[in-house]
Design a protein around this ligand. Structure first.
Ligand code: FES
Length: 116
C-alpha cells in the first residue's frame, strides 16, 4: 500500500497569500483531491479542477475573463463558468469540479474536496 500523497504545492488548507494570485490571472495548486486552478475578480474567488473536461488539458494555461467570470481553455477553446464549472461553449460537455474558496486576512483557503 502506498504512503500519504506528497503534495507538490502549498497547503491550501493553511492558505496562500492572495497577492500570489493577481486579479484576473490563473494559478494552479496541488491539493489532496488533485490539481485546482484558482483565480479571482475584484469581488470573488473561484477554484475549479485544473483538468479541462474537453480533452484533459491544463486550464492554468488558459485565460480568465474577470468581466464575465469565464475560464477559456487554451487547447480547444472551451469556455466554462468559473463559479459553477459548467461548460458554456466549445467541445467540453462535462462540468468542472468546483471547490469552496475564501479569503481570510489576505490568505486564500480552498476546500480539500469539491463541493456540490
Ligand atoms: S482540452 Fe480544453 S477544450 Fe479541449
Amino acid at each position: 500500500m502506498s504512503g500519504p500523497v506528497e503534495l507538490a504545492g502549498p497547503d491550501l488548507a493553511q492558505g496562500v497569500p492572495i497577492a500570489e494570485i493577481p486579479e484576473g490571472e490563473l494559478r494552479a495548486y496541488d491539493i489532496p483531491s488533485g490539481w485546482v486552478v484558482v483565480t479571482h475578480d475584484e469581488r470573488r474567488l473561484f477554484a475549479v479542477s485544473e483538468t479541462c473536461t474537453g480533452n484533459g488539458c491544463a486550464l492554468a494555461d488558459g485565460t480568465f475573463d474577470d468581466r464575465s467570470d469565464r475560464l477559456l481553455c487554451a487547447a480547444c477553446e472551451s469556455v466554462f463558468d468559473a463559479e459553477t464549472g459548467e461548460p458554456l461553449e466549445g467541445p467540453a460537455r462535462d462540468p468542472l469540479a468546483v471547490f469552496t474558496a475564501r479569503e481570510v486576512d489576505g490568505w486564500v483557503e480552498i476546500s480539500a474536496e469539491p463541493v456540490g
